[in-house]
Design a binder for this molecule. Sequence first.
Ligand SMILES: Cc1cc2nc3c(=O)[nH]c(=O)nc-3n(C[C@H](O)[C@H](O)[C@H](O)COP(=O)(O)OP(=O)(O)OC[C@H]3O[C@@H](n4cnc5c(N)ncnc54)[C@H](O)[C@@H]3O)c2cc1C
Length: 407
Amino acid sequence: MRGGKVAIVGGSIAGCAAALALRRGGAESVTVYERASGRLADRGVGLAMHNARYTELESAGLVDTSMPWHQVTRRRWYVRDDAAADGELGRELAVMPFPFRTYNWGPLWHELRGRVPEAADFRHGSAVEVVEVTPEGAEVHAAGRTDRYDVVVGADGYRSAVRAAVHPTVRPGYAGYLAWRGAYPSERLRDPELWPEDECVYVVFPGGHMVVYRIPDAVTGGHRVNWVLYTAPPPGLDQVLETPTTLHPGTAGAGLCDHLAYVAAELLPTYWGDLVRATTHDELFLQPLYDFTAPRYAVDRALLVGDAATVARPHTGAGAVKALQDATALQAALTSASTWAEALSSYDSDRAPTGRVMVDLGRQLGRGLVQRTPDWRALDQAGLEAWWQQADGTGAFGGRRIGRSTA
Ligand SMILES: Cc1cc2nc3c(=O)[nH]c(=O)nc-3n(C[C@H](O)[C@H](O)[C@H](O)COP(=O)(O)OP(=O)(O)OC[C@H]3O[C@@H](n4cnc5c(N)ncnc54)[C@H](O)[C@@H]3O)c2cc1C
């Protein structure tokens, strides 16, 4: 397929990858509207990408080794067990293979942004107000002007204006718990040798867990410690967080900070509690957990990619992978179709099932790891392996293989 004037709303991970895919897939012109005027690369912390998914995305030409990464190989599970008088790391429950590359969100975005072809018109500081979609095309209203396109791509995240135009009733649903997050230079870490560099750690406790891994530090060339702790806030404190929004670094209120301090002191083993406490208030941020999936990834001349289409809870370990895979699938659909209608329909049937699988997996893992946690202390290596196998169900943790839904 060749030709066509396409607008992409959103220039983050999914938007940059979609711009690449559209140019490679033959679109004649691509305009990217990105609300943020500054460098998105200055924000963000860590994310992980399964090795097998990386290999597929590398073959698809979306990622490569120029993007700074850190290799993790194992996942070690710890629980606090005061009665067992374990060391400061806590009692080790199990160790499992964990073949993931970890990334610092900013440099990953920066590399993807650098790959957006020169020919694409990338408009920073351009917020789209409204999108209108018809079977023949789309109108994009931004900065007091209206532009007409053959197709509009919604890469505008969980509060997508494009999704609102085609699925007005689909809204993110609050999961009932939060993620407290932080990242800081690993030089601040006490006794770093206690925690091997290639290990991701899951620290589990009644009603939640914390995931910790190192990510590359683009400034020093060393590492940063990246942690995220999931649990429900005390009653009353989550009311302000029911609408999906991030509490940016430095804005968390005293009640939420106090609760984190309580979890760190009373529920985490000393080493991991200290790791959380080494985070300054200006580095701490919070995200309420929510999820949804659009029933269709393409409607008339609009299509959705990344978080605009589906947000699965981050326990799935596949948010960025899913966004990049969407772009790969879009390119494949464009290459094999001869009309926009065919391309959009093929893209929809490829990606919508994956969105549903990932949302279901996120809910299942959320139940097991946060909402209805088992008696962790009663589990050993074999018990935890069996528990994980059941929680992961379809084996989609880390993302499904590209093209699986159409295979
Ligand atoms: C600054 C930033 C930092 C992030 N950091 C992390 C991280 O550290 N770890 C992690 O796992 N995930 C992070 N994420 C989320 C992660 O990028 C996504 O979950 C996932 O990769 C899918 O990306 P996406 O491009 O679909 O959505 P998003 O990354 O949410 O991007 C949506 C983009 O659309 C733009 N946009 C929204 N509405 C409009 C509009 N009306 N007009 C124009 N532009 C609009 C936004 O400014 C944003 O750039 C971050 C996102 C952002 C924007």
